[in-house]
Design a binder for this molecule. Structure first.
Ligand SMILES: Cc1cc2nc3c(=O)[nH]c(=O)nc-3n(C[C@H](O)[C@H](O)[C@H](O)COP(=O)(O)OP(=O)(O)OC[C@H]3O[C@@H](n4cnc5c(N)ncnc54)[C@H](O)[C@@H]3O)c2cc1C
Length: 465
């Protein structure tokens, strides 16, 4: 075989290989039959309110279960057309991951699975009429509804928190925090005389996983990504303070892991203050219980969550603190066709020793509930009450990342920390992203980040407040 023929065969093989890879990474949508006859024509309309961890999982599972049926239609209604992959949101602060890769396209993933999707904010749930009224007055009828609206920040009525702090409840919030740090660097680089201490002091309130991750990401942003671009600002002048009202940070973790996390932060000169309760926040100061004040213009609030009950619904049984009341099958008390899951639902924890407790608001709990609710909705549609599954939470572990090279993990009773834990953190979450495209993009961000410093530009406008 001459060289030209060999070369042609190699090129042909390469083209076929690339074509196959492209098709695998971009699967065709499964529109039919769900989009073709309008959703309203289905005998059994399942409306899923919310496209986050719980709602998305429920929709995917239901689509799998009804693959060969044409009597059930699934429609997801969510106020954003993207799925927020929460564990990676803090990574946006340091520019470790591009925000657009953390906000994953929901419409594409759902129609590929076989569900319909509409971006709309549910305003009112009419349980009598069996409709959700969305913004613009558009009505979405249902036979079964799964409510999975997630959580909201809880300010516990502390004066000034809402007005003077940034929250961490979404991709936009992470962008705002990042822009705030860059903004302060820009301002300080213009100051000729004494720089007020409050400008470069960043106070993160809440020593849970989100607070710890945010404080660490600010450290990475300042020391690794901003410092080289602002040679006139000594990064060691920046104070990052983590405040926790309880005696320990990461109270849900094993004490050895807590200790490792704290040691790492102290090494990085992040000030960790426990037993420190913020009592009031004013424009340039956090006032602590006991009389101490911290001079700062940059407060980030991560200290509390509450269920999102932001839809008007007469007759829905709710507990303001824990959420929509459901039974062990995730069915809303008093209704056959209304279900609630995730952070907005008060799901009893039926594990031994957890009497009276509700399942914690985590992504893993929402996903497990999504699997169970999909089966239970279909069993109810088919009149197979005996097949209803009770929900029992099975925690798989806890993973907390403190920068790209350190994490503290507990997985099925095994505890580990450091670089290996950070690599495990990345692998564990990478495989959980909802599409092959997202996996490739996030992996690319991380690989490129090993060699190149991210471009830390500040796009001003909506993302600074
Ligand atoms: C910064 C951060 C980091 C986190 N990291 C982790 C982690 O590492 N591991 C972990 O297990 N958990 C983590 N969590 C918790 C986890 O994200 C939640 O427990 C999980 O997302 C709950 O799933 P959900 O479906 O109830 O809500 P979400 O995933 O928040 O989804 C809510 C959905 O409802 C939609 N929605 C809200 N209101 C309306 C409306 N009126 N009309 C229509 N749609 C609406 C939203 O657009 C969204 O699609 C983190 C949380 C935060 C804030």
């Amino acid at each position: 075989m001459n060289a030209w023929v060999k070369g042609g065969l190699v090129l042909g093989g390469l083209a076929v290989g690339l074509g196959t890879l492209r098709r695998a990474l971009n699967p065709s949508p499964r529109y039919a039959p769900w989009e073709k006859p309008p959703y309203g024509d289905f005998e059994n309309k399942v409306l899923i309110l919310g496209g986050g961890f719980g709602g998305y999982t429920a929709a995917r599972d239901l689509c799998d279960l009804i693959k060969n049926r044409d009597d059930v239609g699934v429609l997801v209604l969510a106020k954003n057309n993207f799925f927020t992959f929460w564990p990676m949101v803090p990574g946006i602060v340091s520019s470790d991951i591009d925000a657009r890769n953390v906000a994953q396209p929901l419409r594409r993933a759902l129609i590929t699975a076989g569900a319909s999707f509409r971006r709309a904010e549910g305003k009112k749930l009419d349980l009598e009429k069996k409709v959700v009224v969305a913004d613009g007055g558009i009505e979405f009828p249902y036979d079964h509804i799964v409510i999975s609206l997630g959580g909201l920040p809880n300010f516990f009525g502390i004066p000034g928190v809402e007005e003077h702090s940034l929250t961490m409840r979404g991709v936009e919030d992470a962008e705002r925090i990042r822009n705030r740090v860059i903004e302060r660097f820009e301002e300080v680089s213009l100051i000729r005389g004494e720089v007020p201490e409050s400008k470069l002091t960043f106070v993160v309130i809440g020593g849970g996983a989100t607070g710890v991750e945010v404080a660490s990401e600010i450290h990475t942003l300042v020391h690794e990504n901003l410092a080289p671009d602002y040679p006139n600002i000594d990064p060691h002048r920046v104070r990052i303070i983590l405040l926790e009202a309880l005696p320990n940070i990461l109270p849900e973790l094993d004490p050895a892991l807590r200790k490792a996390a704290r040691a790492r932060m102290v090494n990085q000169r992040i000030e960790v203050r426990t037993n420190a309760m913020a009592q009031e926040i004013i424009e340039n100061c956090v006032k602590l219980k006991g009389g101490n004040n911290i001079s700062t213009e940059n407060v980030i609030w991560t200290a509390g969550n509450r269920p999102n009950l932001g839809i008007e619904a007469d007759g829905l049984p709710v507990d303001e603190r824990t959420g929509i009341k459901v039974d062990e099958y995730l069915r809303v008390e008093g209704y056959q066709n209304v279900w609630a899951i995730g952070d907005c639902a008060a799901v009893a924890d039926i594990r031994e020793g957890q009497d009276g407790m509700v399942v914690p608001p985590t992504a893993q709990a929402a996903v497990q509930q999504g699997h169970v609710v999909a089966r239970n909705v279909l069993s109810t549609i088919d009149g197979r009450e005996e097949d209803l599954v009770r929900f029992e939470y099975k925690p798989l572990g806890q993973l907390v990342e403190l920068g790209s090279d350190f994490a503290v993990n507990e997985v099925m009773g095994v505890r580990f920390t450091g670089l290996v834990a950070a690599i495990f953190w990345r692998m564990a979450y990478l495989v959980r992203l909802n599409s092959p495209q997202s996996k490739v993009r996030v992996a690319a961000d991380w690989i490129v980040g090993l060699f190149l410093r991210p471009a830390v530009t500040q796009i001003r406008g909506t993302s600074e407040r």
